[in-house]
Structure formats: structure tokens, C-alpha cells
Design a protein around this ligand. Structure first.
Ligand code: GDP
Ligand code: CA
Length: 334
């Protein structure tokens, strides 16, 4: 592939673990200045007076190679002394915060209390942690996912996810505050500047939808080459409740359902080799080219291979619609 097309500006829309692993791969495919990762914040919560942003933190820790490889959240080599003290004193321990992780929440909360926006603090933390691509929370305004459940009624996302371990049956989702949310500084600029937007293999319902629902974001995708990667492989999720959510909402958990979910946005769709038999149906029904490839991002080096296949597919689609792409020039200065 031409070196030029390799540095086309790109945006990745990301949740936590699936998005972070994909972003890690993309960071090895593109030069840092060509890559922006826009991250969900509707999972955020306040606990012990601390501001916690689980998806942003997973992305930053993963890109900095600080993440715990097993858990899918938090840091490696973690200790839990602070939590042990909380437990001994009778405090809430359902949402676990490791000692190393706590330091970040302390410092972020201190800066936010002085009026600094989450997006600026995130970029500064990333720089200090050695993360080169730009990581942007989609908004600095409060947006909170409420999961409507059969057993417990409406639950704040982390109560559903952590306290009730995703066991309650889902009826639907609401993103409280979304109508008033403004894209964080740099979000619309990154999308406007991007040649290609990649929707990571993140949870469509609770990771990607609350990014797309921030006013202005969906509109900014119009006319872009948009490629999504299915987080569902063989009807199952690699991690998390996405497949269970599809079932409980009356939809078959499959790569086809994911493609339908994003249909109006897509220029192309990526599915796992295990789902190869679905490709003709997706192509016919959703009307976009389908790449069938290995999409499992474990072990770690697989992340780069997955990202590279997705990128080459997206660049080929981009070049079809923008044959004068050479005029775009590297990083869009053309
Ligand atoms: P969360 O915010 O931590 O729940 O993370 P995301 O929403 O970013 O990612 C969750 C989704 O990532 C799940 O639906 C998983 O199936 C998907 N996922 C995780 N690892 C992989 C992988 O290696 N390949 C693919 N295709 N999907 C993955
Ligand atoms: Ca999340």
C-alpha cells in the first residue's frame, strides 16, 4: 500500500476493552498524528467523591501498556489495600478501585474540581503516560447510561454492569443528558478532518450508541468512509454482555444484527472468519462490502494484525469513493 494512504487521518470510535485493544492495534498501523480515538463517557460515575471514567481509562491504560491483561479493566500489578480499608470500615466495595488506579482518579478529580474539562485532563494524562495518539472523551458534559431492566427497573450503568454483574434482563437504554451534551473540543474537528472513521468492535448498545447520540457526531459521519468491526463472533461476545443484550431486545446476537444496527452509517463491515457464511446476507441486506478476516485480538500481537486488515480494507473503500485521494495528501494537508 502507498505510504501516503497509510497516513490518511482516521478516527476510531471506542468503548472500553474491545475498543482499547483495537486502538492499540491502530496505533501500530498509523502514525500518531493521524489517529484520534473518540471514547464513550456514558459509563462514567462518581464514587467516594472521585470522578471515574472507565472506558477512557481502559483506552489510556491499554495504549500505555499499563492495563491488566486478564481483567479487561484497571492496571496490571495492582494492589487493593485502599479497598480493603474501605471494606473494613463498612464502606461500599462493589466497584473495585485498585491502589495504582486510585492515584489517577484522585488527580483527575482534583483538576476537575478546579474547573478543567475531562478532555483536556485526559490529553495531558496521555502525554504523561506516553500515549501518542489523541484520546478524546466524546463530551465533557455529563451523559449517563440508564439500563432499563425487568428485575430492578432503571439501573445506572455501573450498577447493572458491576453490582448486578449484567444479570438483569435488559428492556432498553437511555442516555441521560445526551440532548444537552456538546462534543468535547476537538471531536467534531477530528471527525471533519478524518478520511476514515472506524467503529471499533465495542458494545453497539452501551459503548458506541452513546458516542453517536451526542448531537453533531452522527451528522459529522455523513460522507465519510465508515467501517465497523463486529464485536460478535459466532453469536457470542468475546467479553461483556453485548450478545445477551441483543437476545433480550428480541434480536438474534450475530454479526448480521450488528451490521443492521449500523446500516445507515456504513461504507463497509468486518466480520470474523467464523461468521464467513453471513457475508453474502450482510452484503445483500445492508448493501456494503464485507471483509471476512480473523478479528480476535488475543494474544496481544493479534491486535495489530486485526487493525491492519481493517485499515487496508477501509483505505481501499476510501480510494473507490475518493479516487483523487492523492490530492488529500498525507494527514489531509492538500
Ligand atoms: P467495555 O466498554 O469494556 O464493555 O468494552 P467495549 O464496548 O469496547 O468492548 C466490548 C465488546 O468488545 C464485546 O462485545 C466483545 O465481544 C468485544 N471484543 C472484545 N475483544 C474482542 C476481540 O478480540 N475481537 C472482537 N471482534 N471483539 C472483541
Ligand atoms: Ca464501557
Amino acid at each position: 500500500m502507498a505510504a501516503q494512504s497509510r497516513s490518511l487521518p482516521a478516527v476510531v470510535l471506542s468503548g472500553g476493552v474491545g475498543g482499547a485493544r483495537f486502538a492499540w492495534g491502530m496505533a501500530r498501523v498509523l502514525p500518531a498524528e493521524a489517529l484520534t480515538i473518540i471514547v464513550n463517557v456514558a459509563d462514567d460515575l462518581e464514587l467516594f467523591g472521585l470522578y471515574i471514567s472507565p472506558d477512557v481509562d481502559t483506552v489510556c491504560y491499554t495504549l500505555a501498556d499499563l492495563e491488566d491483561p486478564e481483567r479487561g479493566w484497571g492496571r496490571a500489578d495492582e494492589t487493593w489495600h485502599a479497598m480493603e480499608t474501605v471494606a473494613r470500615l463498612g464502606g461500599p466495595t462493589w466497584f473495585r478501585l485498585g491502589d495504582r488506579d486510585l492515584g489517577l482518579h484522585l488527580e483527575r478529580t482534583r483538576r476537575m474540581a478546579q474547573g478543567e474539562p475531562l478532555s483536556r485532563i485526559t490529553q495531558d494524562f496521555c502525554r504523561r503516560l506516553g500515549v501518542a495518539p489523541k484520546v478524546l472523551p466524546v463530551t465533557d458534559d455529563p451523559v449517563r447510561t440508564i439500563v432499563d431492566t425487568v428485575e430492578h427497573g432503571p439501573l445506572p450503568f455501573q450498577e447493572y454492569f458491576v453490582r448486578y454483574r449484567t444479570e438483569p434482563q435488559v428492556r432498553g437504554f437511555r442516555f441521560v443528558g445526551i440532548e444537552q451534551a456538546r462534543p468535547a473540543a476537538g471531536v467534531l474537528e477530528a471527525l471533519q478532518h478524518a478520511a476514515i472513521v472506524l467503529i471499533a468492535p465495542s458494545n453497539p448498545w452501551v459503548s458506541v450508541d452513546p458516542i453517536l447520540a451526542v448531537p453533531g457526531v452522527r451528522a459529522a459521519l455523513q460522507g465519510k468512509t465508515v467501517v465497523a468491526v463486529s464485536p460478535i463472533i459466532g453469536g457470542r461476545t468475546v467479553k461483556g454482555p453485548a450478545a445477551k443484550m441483543f437476545r433480550e431486545l428480541g434480536l438474534e446476537p450475530s454479526a448480521l444484527s450488528v451490521a443492521r444496527h449500523y446500516a445507515d452509517l456504513l461504507s463497509g463491515f468486518v466480520i470474523d472468519t467464523e461468521d464467513a457464511s453471513l457475508a453474502p446476507r450482510i452484503q445483500a441486506e445492508v448493501g456494503v462490502p464485507v471483509l471476512v478476516t480473523e478479528t480476535l485480538m488475543q494474544p496481544k500481537p493479534r491486535r495489530e494484525q486485526v487493525a491492519r486488515s481493517v485499515w487496508e480494507f477501509a483505505v481501499a473503500l476510501y480510494e473507490v469513493v475518493s479516487p483523487a485521494s492523492s490530492a488529500h495528501g498525507p494527514l489531509g494537508e492538500g
